[in-house]
Design a protein. Structure first.
Ligand SMILES: *[C@@H]1O[C@H](CO)[C@@H](O)[C@H](O)[C@H]1NC(C)=O
Ligand SMILES: *[C@@H]1O[C@H](CO)[C@@H](O)[C@H](O)[C@H]1NC(C)=O
Ligand SMILES: *[C@@H]1O[C@H](CO)[C@@H](O)[C@H](O)[C@H]1NC(C)=O
Ligand SMILES: *[C@@H]1O[C@H](CO)[C@@H](O)[C@H](O)[C@H]1NC(C)=O
Length: 440
């Protein structure tokens, strides 16, 4: 005899055959790329039966036999260890594509929903345990699980490469839903007839058994779907299909990862290239009755420059444009000096700090050579400058005007350094970081 348990989990409206299931969208795709995915999934339906050997994808309908899958149940009423083996999952090829959404913009994502009237699993089970800590529950034999008004939802990230003009999905994960589930287990309790206990136990066992099987198959299904869709996307030039507005949105934010890589390369390049620490020119400051000579100037901290905000990439014909904001904080300048007034000369030490400097630049690269040129380079913010002068002694009265003169000098000399050597270093770092690296 068999225990047949039916229980209702969620009630979804049933769909009539041949019609668009309720809650589904007709046509399912929300834009041109999604439409192509829908068509290709339809074309791939026979592949669920045959599999795709080139991509190491096994047939998925039927999908099996699955290896032994263990599961355990531990609830207030029931404790048991079990396993299923020789399991087959059936009916996958009867999917209906319900909706496919590609969302562009800063939160690029892919969402898909399939419906499947009857998701069927069968195989052999073996369980051993206790009900209410008292009655032994054991048995083995055939089992089947059917879910009705079922479906799958999937979500993934989209990565888009403006150079190749191709998109790909990554991190696709699937969830299953259904309105009702039936579990039938043959011969539990050695084919005895304690049907009340059987009924109680089977409804408790079902979700654990189902989840164990789902956990095994869902990554395989996700991989199948993701690889299959990426194989389709590989052939699609995105700009041919989406509107220019959608394409711009797809590219937005895309260069953050790339610029982070450039900045990571730039730091060590600056240290090796004599920009951190960087020498500052000697200077002579004439304050009327007082003259200050500054020398041995050194600027430290430039190598900690980093991306500051969203970096975007745009493509116009054969040109790529990178729009970037970068910043560096806590720059320090150390200088030695000699301050003279009449017969008095004192040796001073000058320490200047710059709270932050922000830069904006636009780099242009042609898509063939991928060589970058910086077109625009702007110091968008020069932060607070603090000057400390030690050693003025009797010339202390000159502190304030001298500090102001040093601040102006440092701002001018550091700005000049940024606009020349630092700009060149950024351009070199762009060229040493291949522009195609933001592919994945
Ligand atoms: C799977 O279960 C069947 C039936 O219980 C049994 O005959 C078979 O030996 C099992 N296979 C494995 C690998 O456990
Ligand atoms: C796709 O978008 C439509 C409209 O916003 C929505 O009703 C549907 O649930 C979405 N599909 C998925 C799978 O997220
Ligand atoms: C992609 O294009 C190649 C060559 O044009 C073709 O052989 C292949 O079937 C296409 N793949 C898909 C999924 O359309
Ligand atoms: C440093 O700044 C001073 C003061 O503005 C300026 O006269 C001098 O040309 C600058 N030197 C360099 C190398 O930029």
């Amino acid at each position: 005899m068999a225990a047949l348990i039916t229980f209702l989990l969620v009630t979804l409206s049933t769909s009539a055959l041949g019609q668009v299931p309720e809650g589904c969208i007709d046509p399912p795709g929300n834009n041109g790329v999604a439409d192509i995915i829908v068509q290709a999934l339809e074309a791939a339906r026979p592949l669920l039966v045959s599999g795709i050997p080139e991509l190491s994808i096994p047939p998925l309908d039927p999908f099996g036999p699955l290896p032994k899958i263990p599961f355990s149940v531990d609830t207030s009423g029931l404790w048991l260890e079990g396993m299923v083996n020789d399991t087959y999952v059936r009916n996958m090829a009867q999917f209906v594509t319900c909706s496919v959404n590609l969302t562009f913009g800063l939160a690029q994502k892919f969402d898909i929903e399939f419906r499947l009237q009857n998701f069927h699993i069968d195989g052999f089970y073996d369980v051993d345990g206790l009900a209410l800590s008292l009655f032994p529950i054991f048995g083995n034999g055939g089992f089947r699980i059917d879910t009705y008004d079922s479906g799958f939802t999937g979500g993934a990230k989209i990565s888009y490469n403006p150079i190749t003009d191709h998109a790909a999905l990554k991190d696709l994960s699937l969830d299953i839903f259904f309105a009702t589930m039936e579990l039938e287990m043959e011969c539990i309790l050695g084919c005895g007839d304690m049907s009340d206990i059987i009924n109680g136990a089977a409804s408790e066992i079902a979700p654990f058994m189902f989840n164990a099987i789902w956990d095994y198959i869902s990554p395989i299904l996700s991989t199948f779907l993701q690889d299959g869709i990426n194989d389709i996307l590989k052939n699609i030039s995105i700009s041919d299909i989406v509107t220019p507005v959608e394409r711009r949105a797809l590219e937005l934010g895309n260069a953050n990862e790339y610029l982070d890589l450039v900045m990571a390369n730039l730091g060590p390049m600056m240290e090796a290239g004599g920009l951190d620490p960087a020498p500052l020119p000697a200077a002579n400051l004439d304050l009327g009755t007082v003259v200050a000579d500054l020398y041995d100037g050194q600027l430290t901290g430039l190598s900690t420059i980093h991306r500051d905000g969203t970096c975007t990439l745009d493509r116009v014909a054969d040109w790529l444009f990178l729009y970037a904001n970068v910043a560096v904080e806590n720059l320090g300048v150390h200088q030695m000096g000699r301050v003279t007034s009449g017969d008095t000369t004192v040796e001073v030490e000058v320490d200047t700090t710059i709270s932050s400097v922000a830069l904006y630049f636009v780099a242009r690269g042609d898509v063939y050579s991928l060589e970058a040129d910086i077109d625009q380079f702007i110091i968008s913010e020069f932060g607070k400058i603090d000057v400390r002068i030690d050693g003025l002694g009797s010339l202390d009265y000159i502190m304030s005007p001298l500090a102001e003169a040093v601040a102006n000098l440092v701002r001018d000399n550091v700005s000049r350094l940024l606009e020349t050597k630092v700009k060149q270093a950024i351009q070199d770092a762009l060229n040493e970081t291949p522009w195609s690296m933001f592919d994945d």
